[in-house]
Write a protein that binds this ligand. Sequence first.
Ligand code: HEC
Ligand code: HEC
Length: 438
Amino acid sequence: MNDFTSNFWVIYTAVIIVASFLGLVWLLVSQNKTKKTGDTVETMGHEWDGIEEYNNPLPRWWFYLFVITVVFGVAYLLLYPGFSTFKGIWGWTSANQYEEEVKAAKAEYQPIYGKFANQPIEVIAQDPDAKKIGQNLYNTYCIQCHGSDAKGAKGFPNLTDKDWLWGGKPSEIEETIRYGRTGVMQPYGGLPPFPADSVRDVAQYVLSLNENEAFRSKSNPQSAAKGKVIYDQICFTCHQEDGKGLVGLAPNLTDSVWLWGPTEKDIENTIMKGHTNQMPAWETFLVDGDDTSKLRILTAYVWGLSDHTGEAPEILPYQDDTAAAPADDAASVSIGDDGVVKFYFATGSNELAANANDSLAAIVAGAGEGKKVVISGFHDATGDAAQNAELAKNRAMAVQAALVALGVNEGSIELKKPESTEGDGNNAEARRVEVALQ
Ligand code: HEC
Ligand code: HEC
């Protein structure tokens, strides 16, 4: 079979190939006349400053190299496709080769993946091999949106907390990953019930629903009362009357987990402009026919990220300043007698200890009375200095964000340049951020 309607091109290419080979062989032979002993050496007949060019045959090694290439060429055209429409004795095609490679890869990985095909997600999550594969899959497909620590970013949900937009049961996570999800909140800006001030009023009411005192106290009561009327007409259908939302329908507006940011501006923006937020479907990448083992391994990995392995970062008991610095590699927070709040961090992490908000209550109150809040970052002296300084800055900014989320005005917070400390040989002590009132 060939793709041409006439045989002309088939013959044309065959003739060109044969002619080139014959030409090459002729060239080789013609250049290979050996000298007979006694012959005078011919020259090419030109001369530069007394230097002449001899007409000698090719060096032997060079000649045989050419012979080998010609033999190779002929053998190649016999075995592989290349000579016009001839398919080659071995019948090789790139499609065949690809299929064979896929088959070989499957044979290699199937025993590893197959092990997990029938295990419950909860069991897979405990398996160290599955965790490694899961991490690799995560790094390949998910990291660009949900982040290297899976904690997400604005618009991309944190996968390590227990707050789920679409449900945190293994089956729900599996469905999310396989088929994707679209979170839609329509824009209300400019719609009839939303003339100018109403957006602000509703945002104030949303703030007033928050379980966090610092948020609630920020909301203006008159404005919130007007906002409630609109909320009860429109927003409650999805976010529910109490604002707690419903998994699979709309997020909880009363907790401290914000997909789109906690400031009044963020909330007003959501109401004005809405959001259409797409989690892509990964079925084509993770499911092969009936084989869902890759999908299940990744599901187990994601499910395991939010405490289900029993390996959630340990939260150390509340510490006062006189107690020794916390063990290496756990986030914690303590308040000194002087009222200075000290945050300690795990290596390489800028995550605040879970009870951070409680520990900041006095600082928030002080800021409310008009005092200045000073945040100083420290880092240990190990490793790359520039990286340490960057991390210390990120940690200080994480504390700043927590304060802003608690209602402290950004203008009254001062961030100090990070300092390196030896920490008396105790790196955990050195990895800290201090918050003080001034
Ligand atoms: C292109 C960006 C993007 C990529 C890549 C991506 N996601 Fe998502 N993912 C999202 C967005 C956006 C949402 C939130 C959708 C919404 O607002 O409802 C989401 C939501 C989720 C949720 C639901 C969270 C919840 O609270 O219910 C899970 C689970 C999830 N993603 C897992 C993954 C996994 C696993 C991968 C890798 C296979 C992945 N995502 C890759 C953007 C992405
Ligand atoms: C049709 C259902 C629906 C209605 C009605 C609705 N929302 Fe939403 N809202 C959503 C969904 C879904 C999201 C999450 C969007 C996403 O996944 O990115 C959301 C997100 C939000 C957020 C951001 C939450 C966060 O964690 O950052 C706020 C604030 C909000 N809505 C307020 C309102 C207010 C106020 C109203 C009434 C004017 C309203 N919503 C009406 C479905 C709705």
